[in-house]
Design a protein around this ligand. Structure first.
Ligand SMILES: [Zn+2]
Length: 414
């Protein structure tokens, strides 16, 4: 077998396509494959599929392929156009190694998609000598194509959360399937219209707004308004993760206020925010040394801890309601303004907070999804645009079933 025949097989080419010539330039770090077709070859019309059409003319094109050892590899070909005797149109033949309009082979694109699930796009670009924009265009294409085939007809429990693509800027809203733990939909913004956009996307994927029985959200007014308007059948549940975030913020406000006159509280922020079991040894020693009977911050912390215990221990809505009622009457009388404000917020969202205890939205939920989003953010790090974060979130946590698989486990058409 000569090297042209060898590479014809290695590139997965079938008649009439074959490798005509190979130019290898080790100094340039590059190998170039000239691919062509037998003279007199006939092609099907890409437009109407009429077979055995003659070649009208050709156009030169180049595609980046998987590396050949440590060298960059390129495929070059004169792509034929056929003038069809059936439909009369002149159309470019689709090469078997690439999708129309792409400057990459299918296998190279598959590799990029697989890598982007595992590592930051910026690193892939550097590793393979590509521009970031080239990679993002490919990811956008495959994510869109894969999402188009997703089926959301079984979705019943949804979690809605927001995240910033850059610190404090460009918010995106993410809708998760809480049963299958996958990202369903993400879009820019965090106003009530995001719920309308989600419903539209859900319906475009065989889902129905009426099927959504429960939705887990934070206590933002716009989300509550959006759900009431566009998912009226869904029972609203407020996620413990967000409820605890409100209480933690209140504890921190108490601490900051008290720290102005109490030097013992210097550098103790995380001592109060962390759960005891997560404190470092140093934090634990500091925590144990603080005079907890007289500190306001300690009183706030005990109120927070009791709420946490309610979440950990209550098994039923009735049990939780009794415990939460006691908790509320303690918190509202504690003479610590931030804690009283937090208690009032909880009072206003009473039913949604209690509905978490009826069991069908238990652990993980939005909090679990949130840790996945952090993984997605790491892949899109350094870009800061909402669109890139959305694409990478679908790729990393969308559980999309129609993405290209690794080129190292498949062949063209395999
Ligand atoms: Zn035709």
């Amino acid at each position: 077998m000569n090297s042209e025949s060898l590479f014809t097989v290695a590139l997965g080419l079938n008649d009439p396509w074959h490798v005509l010539d190979i130019q290898f330039d080790p100094d340039k770090g590059q190998i170039d494959f000239a691919v062509g077709f037998h003279s007199g070859a006939k092609f099907s019309c890409p437009h109407c599929e009429a077979v055995q059409q003659g070649v009208h003319d050709t156009r030169k094109r180049t595609w980046r392929h998987l590396n050949f050892f440590q060298y960059q590899a390129f495929i070059h070909a004169d792509l034929p156009r056929v003038r069809c005797s059936e439909c009369g149109k002149t159309t470019q033949v689709k090469p078997p190694w690439s999708r129309p309009g792409s400057g990459f082979s299918l296998l190279m694109e598959a590799l990029l998609v697989v890598l982007a699930k595992q590592m930051p796009v910026r690193s892939i670009a550097q590793l393979l000598g590509l521009s970031d924009g080239q990679i993002w265009r490919i990811l956008d294409h495959y994510v869109d194509a894969a999402r188009a085939q997703e089926d959301f007809s079984s979705v019943q429990s949804v979690g809605l959360d927001e995240t910033a693509s850059r610190r404090g800027h460009n918010y995106i809203s993410l809708f998760h399937d809480l049963d299958q733990r996958r990202l369903l939909f993400a879009c820019e913004g965090r106003d009530k219209s995001v719920v309308a956009q989600f419903v539209k996307d859900l319906e475009a994927h065989n889902g129905q707004a009426e099927n959504i029985e429960s939705i887990c959200i934070d206590m933002s007014k716009s989300y509550v308004a959006g759900v009431s308007e566009f998912l009226p059948e869904a029972e609203i549940t407020f996620d413990p993760f967000h409820v605890m975030a409100i209480i933690n913020k209140a504890v921190d406000q108490v601490r900051r206020q008290e720290a102005k006159t109490e030097p013992l509280l210097k550098k103790t922020r995380y001592v109060w925010l962390k759960n005891k079991e997560n404190q470092t040894q140093k934090q634990q020693e500091l925590f144990n040394s603080l005079p907890k009977s007289r500190l306001k911050t300690a009183r706030a912390w005990r109120i927070k801890t009791l709420l946490q215990e309610i979440y950990q221990q209550c098994q039923t809505v009735t049990g939780a309601e009794q415990a939460l009622t006691k908790w509320y009457s303690w918190a509202i009388r504690c003479r610590l303004e931030p804690m009283k404000e937090a208690a009032k917020t909880i009072r206003r969202h009473w039913n949604g907070i209690l509905s978490w205890f009826d069991g069908h939205l238990n652990n993980g939920g939005v909090e679990g999804a949130n840790s996945l989003i952090q993984a997605a953010k790491a892949r899109a790090k350094g870009y800061g645009t909402a669109r890139h974060l959305i694409t990478i979130s679908y790729l990393v946590i969308g559980k999309l079933t129609h993405l290209p698989v690794s080129p190292f486990t498949t062949r063209y058409g395999g």
